[in-house]
Design a binder for this molecule. Structure first.
Ligand code: NAD
Ligand code: SER
Length: 320
């Protein structure tokens, strides 16, 4: 019997989009979704779901054995903003989680592991424009610290044990279905809901804060393309820079106003401003382009049009 795919953190922003995409590609029964919280109903009904805490070694091993797992997408994590309010929790979930998943994957001879990193691996000493692939990694957030350690650990397991661990440094991800789980880039999703419902949004970042961003279909495409890439072509493994678009809140507001002219945004920066100010503005992702053919499909205008179309329909149907 062929081996199954395990997704941790499947109820989250990325997992709830990646799991259906994996099920469409490999078969609904082949993809086991897991999380500590209930997933969206469609995800729970469309294939196997298990409650799984990634800090519990025995529980991870049991699911891997029960379902004969050959590939893991390890998405469970605490993101940057929640991580700054609860740094101990971020350390426990992010670092204990990835260590336990990699250890069990090594023991059980799992074939491939995807472990996403983030633009949060960079810090104030990193060049902020066209941030190079290989550069200074001195983050000032607990989330960033755990992501740097996770990248290094994944590379260690590849070199030392031959475990095929792959990962990208996602930018801020924008999605139309599940809301983001507590990051610094969440404004770029919340703003659409408020623009449609109230024509008004109060942004927690300054209007000129440029950050790298990506629309969910590109996020899913990058993830699946990297996991299907020929290992022989990969010079990097767990730490690919990845870019699609960069914009500030003011740029996003101007684009939304092309569709909703009376939309107004106010700016009240909070503690997340300091996190954003420590991250890159634009990213050099040539390694991903050259080594596995990465190419994004959505720019700012295309993303905004699609978000407003999808959320606008849900609003009109009374579902927002
Ligand atoms: P999210 O917060 O939306 O989802 C994370 C999920 O992990 C949640 O459903 C949560 O319930 C689950 N979780 C938390 N603690 C857990 C535990 N102990 N055991 C099992 N599950 C647990 O996050 P996301 O945006 O879907 O992020 C997925 C991955 O991508 C993370 O590794 C994140 O660091 C990375 N990433 C995301 C972004 C982004 O903008 N969304 C950007 C860069 C990197
Ligand atoms: N979008 C994520 C965050 O803001 C970046 O990893 O935490």
């Amino acid at each position: 019997m062929s081996k199954r795919i395990l997704v941790t953190g499947a109820s989250g922003q990325i997992g709830s989009a990646l799991t259906p995409a994996l099920r469409a590609r490999y078969g609904a029964d082949m993809v086991v979704a897991t999380d500590i919280v209930e997933p969206p109903e469609e995800l729970r009904n469309a294939g196997p779901f298990e409650f799984l805490d990634v800090t519990q070694r025995g529980a991870i091993a049991a699911v891997i054995d029960r379902y004969n797992v050959g590939t893991i997408y390890h998405l469970a994590a605490i993101l940057s903003a929640v991580g700054e309010t609860k740094p101990q929790l971020a350390w426990t979930v992010n670092l204990n989680g990835v260590y336990k998943v990699l250890e069990i994957a090594r023991e059980r001879r799992v074939e491939r592991v995807f472990y996403p990193s983030s633009i949060a691996v960079f810090g104030p000493e990193t060049p902020r424009d066209n941030t190079p692939q290989d550069t200074v990694l001195r983050p000032t957030t607990m989330y960033g610290v755990t992501k740097v350690a996770g990248e290094l650990l994944g590379n260690y397991y590849f070199r030392r044990f031959g475990l095929d661990v792959r990962g990208v440094r996602y930018p801020g991800i924008i999605s139309s279905e599940t809301l983001p789980g507590g990051g610094t880039t969440d404004y770029a999703v919340e703003i659409f809901y408020e623009a449609i419902k109230h024509h008004h949004y109060t942004c927690f970042l300054r209007e000129d804060t440029v950050l790298p961003m990506m629309y969910m279909p590109d996020c899913i495409k990058a993830t699946m393309d990297l996991m299907e890439a020929d290992l022989a072509r990969l010079k990097h493994h767990t730490d690919y820079n990845l870019a699609a678009m960069s914009f500030s809140p003011a740029d996003l507001v101007a684009e939304i106003q092309k569709h909703i002219p009376d939309f107004v945004c106010e700016y009240r920066p909070d503690y997340r401003q300091e996190i954003a100010d420590s991250w890159p503005r634009t990213i050099d992702d040539r390694a991903a382009r050259e080594e596995w053919g990465w190419e994004p499909q959505y720019d700012l205008a295309a993303m905004v049009e699609d978000m407003l179309d999808k959320l606008g329909r849900r609003y009109e149907a009374g579902l927002l």
